[in-house]
Design a protein around this ligand. Structure first.
Ligand code: ATP
Ligand code: MG
Length: 442
């Protein structure tokens, strides 16, 4: 059960070393709660707060608690594996930004970009503020400038660079829980190619990687590659939209192609371009879980990122950007895979694989058997949350349902007598009895 991944990133090793596979629920500092805060209107945040995954600091700003951080890191690891598989190199850029860089591309002024959070340097004089700084809402500009020091020849291309990094955006609306926040981590990848052809190839391989990611997150069957309005260069960009009533976007699905078109661009002209004239499209609300975007030479022109081709001629680098919000993905899973009782995580991102629940009723033998099984699972590196709390069975089950770990193992007088453990699937509620060896070797 120990998944050893040879991800190339320091962050990954840090998480693997600091995140243990097992936890006693009696030691978990967070508590579940029956009611969500009154001002919390979104289903994902209501459930995640009640189950102890997140804490609301203020509107649009949430802290990840231990359970939430585990899910979040699992999502990040899936994205990281798929980005590495298509040649991505991970780095981490700063949130503090120099306005001069953004003035060069014309994206510093609030009239141009209205989501900036801006701050000021200390002036040394407490009555006056020093010069301005920005808190990054995206990273095209600083990365383009950084690469000028490393790219000069066609031999240096292509390069694909990504990070998991905190963005700050002064969003006007914050009613979607962790799906739209004012401070959030984004996976942003930027592609740098010699020409349009190389760029197009990478764009398609990234689209495929996104499909794999959303499949692995358990939302693939509801996620559609969606034509959206183009950037500076192309007519279209592509969004990955997951059908959900909690979505802020409207998309029109073409069942035959398995793709969709965003309402923003759903015009007769665009439908004609796509060869979708006369096709019946199904309207759905959807959540934009990711997007991929041709940038052309907009930033390389503005900031002077060029390379020398075989003939020694200076050519602007062709760029693209590719974003996913891991917390938005987590909120999306919470929205669409939950039920009346609470969260239902797919195993791929669940905080733990097993929820071991002991119902000892003061019976020391039962308790000792659960302790023994827990330690056995621990030694084998099986990921398990062990509900060793001294509370009623009803409370343990209600909490387990709310927390949403996919497999529940129950240890009780009944199981001790039968020599088998009860295994309950969170998603279906179906229960079966399994031998210890089956559990430990699954
Ligand atoms: P939206 O249209 O939803 O405002 P966007 O088009 O501005 O998002 P990008 O700037 O391309 O999004 O960001 C890339 C990805 O980051 C999005 O697809 C989404 O998954 C995530 N994301 C964007 N804004 C937020 C936010 N405020 N909170 C959480 N995740 C976000
Ligand atoms: Mg968008």
């Amino acid at each position: 059960m120990i998944v050893v991944s040879f991800g190339n990133s320091a962050l990954f090793w840090y998480y693997s070393l600091t995140m243990s596979y097992t936890l006693r629920q009696s030691q978990l500092f967070t508590k579940t709660r029956k009611e969500a805060p009154k001002d919390e209107v979104s289903k994902n945040a209501q459930l995640l707060i009640r189950a102890g995954y997140i804490h609301k600091e203020m509107a649009g700003v949430y802290t990840l608690l231990p359970l939430g951080l585990r899910v979040f890191n699992n999502i990040i690891e899936i994205i990281r594996e798929e980005m590495n598989a298509i040649g991505g190199q991970e780095m981490s850029m700063t949130a503090l930004q120099d306005p001069a860089v953004w003035k060069k591309s014309g994206r510093w002024e609030d009239a141009e970009v209205d989501v900036w959070f801006k701050t000021n340097l200390h002036s040394g004089d407490k009555y006056h503020e020093g010069s301005e700084l920005g808190l990054a809402n995206t990273h095209e500009e600083p990365l383009t400038i950084l690469l000028k020091e490393h790219i000069s020849s066609y031999k240096d291309l292509p390069k694909y660079i990504y990070q998991f990094q905190t963005k700050f955006r002064n969003e006007t609306r914050a009613k979607s829980g962790i799906m739209r926040t004012r401070e959030f981590v984004m996976k942003d990848l930027y592609s740098f190619n010699k020409d349009e052809e190389g760029f197009r190839d990478f764009y398609e391989s990234c689209a495929e990687a996104y499909t794999k990611i959303f499949n692995r997150l358990g939302i693939g069957d509801k996620t559609y590659r969606t034509f959206a309005s183009g950037g500076s260069f192309s007519k279209f960009s592509d969004e990955f939209q997951t059908v959900s009533d909690a979505g802020e976007d409207l998309i029109y699905i073409n069942e035959a192609t398995g793709t969709a078109i965003n309402k923003e661009v759903n015009t007769e002209e665009v439908r004609k371009d796509l060869g979708w004239e006369g096709v019946t499209l199904k309207e759905e609300k959807a959540i934009e879980v990711g997007n991929i975007f041709p940038l052309g030479t907009k930033y390389s022109d503005a900031l002077g990122l060029t390379y020398k081709n075989e003939e020694g001629k200076e050519i602007p680098v062709v760029m693209g950007s590719y974003g996913i919000g891991p917390a938005r993905a987590m909120g999306t899973v919470a929205e669409i895979l939950s039920d009346k009782k609470g969260l239902v995580w797919p195993e791929s991102i669940s905080p733990f694989t097993y929820h071991l629940v002991v119902l000892d009723n003061g019976n020391e033998e039962v308790h000792a058997d659960a302790e023994r099984l827990f330690k056995e699972m621990e030694t084998r590196g099986i990921s398990v949350l062990y509900d060793d709390r001294d509370v009623r069975a009803g409370e343990k089950f209600a909490d387990a349902d709310l927390i949403g770990i996919p497999k529940r193992v129950i240890v009780s007088e009944k199981t001790l007598a039968s020599g088998e453990y009860e295994l309950v699937e969170r998603k279906t509620g179906s229960s079966s009895f399994v031998h210890e060896q089956e559990l430990l070797h699954s």
